[in-house]
Ligand binder design. Structure first.
Ligand code: SF4
Length: 243
């Protein structure tokens, strides 16, 4: 699948998710930035899509400089979502990840809101709470939405075959190099780095029995969407033969 078709598939996912998420009660307001920290995770496809939409100068302008040492305690995952799902399906214990992290503000947050709102990654779109979060508290998300978010993260990672997964800021730094971006958009496989992991195929969805019917309906709708004249499912199956 070419890069423009992957972008099209990405937009199909975002649109479907927005329609589905609207069914859940939400207390979030655009002016709230409690969850806008430097701990956002994303795929290369999502960040490449942002670079396509914004010029590099505009991106530099939008992002406030990352404060020195802001990475201390920040989130850099050891496993991708699909890798973790593989452990769950095999009923194996995944390697422990540190759960304590700092929460410096996301550099894309500015006085007017999110500077890359139109192309913000799924991790930002899926931040959702049915009650206003206390400043130091957690979002309160319906269990079905948590399951749906997990399934969408798995599909996004599968879609980004040959790409990388990790912290949004590491991905922006990687794509600051226009040669790397050009190679990625031409379909070349990216090498994992010290902080970015190779994306993995979807080993199977992690869905509890009580959510199977709802998730099957959403995934069924997604599979039948059109991507460049193919169904979403057909387009996806071409990306990773054998999966
Ligand atoms: S990219 Fe935008 S929505 Fe996401 S955390 Fe940063 S400011 Fe918030």
């Amino acid at each position: 699948m070419s890069f423009p078709l992957k972008e099209q598939a990405l937009q199909v996912i975002y649109d479907l998710y927005d329609r589905e998420a609207r069914r859940f009660p939400v207390a979030c307001r655009q002016e709230c930035s409690t969850c806008c920290t430097h701990n956002v995770l994303a795929t290369t496809l999502e960040v490449a899509h942002t670079f396509e939409e914004f010029t590099e100068d505009r991106l530099q302008e939008l992002a406030t400089p990352v404060p020195p040492n802001s990475w201390e305690g920040g989130l850099r995952p050891q496993l991708t979502v699909n890798h973790l799902a593989g452990y769950c399906l095999l009923k194996k214990e995944p390697p422990a990840e540190s759960l304590t992290r700092s929460a410096a503000p996301c550099p894309f947050r500015n006085a007017h809101g999110c500077g890359i709102y139109e192309t913000r990654p799924f991790a930002c779109r899926s931040m959702w709470s049915r009650r206003v979060c206390p400043p130091d508290g957690k979002a309160e998300m319906p269990a079905l939405l948590v399951t749906l978010n997990g399934a969408i993260f798995q599909i996004l990672e599968h879609l980004d075959a040959k790409g990388l997964y990790g912290n949004l800021l590491d991905l922006f730094e990687l794509f600051d190099d226009s040669d790397v971006r050009a190679a990625y958009e031409a379909g070349e496989e990216l090498e994992a780095t010290a902080s970015l992991l190779k994306t993995q195929p979807n080993p199977g969805f992690i869905v509890p029995p009580e959510h199977r019917q709802d998730i099957a309906r959403v995934i069924g709708t997604l599979w039948s969407c059109d991507v460049g004249g193919l169904s979403f499912r057909e387009a996806l199956s071409q990306l990773r033969p054998g999966h």
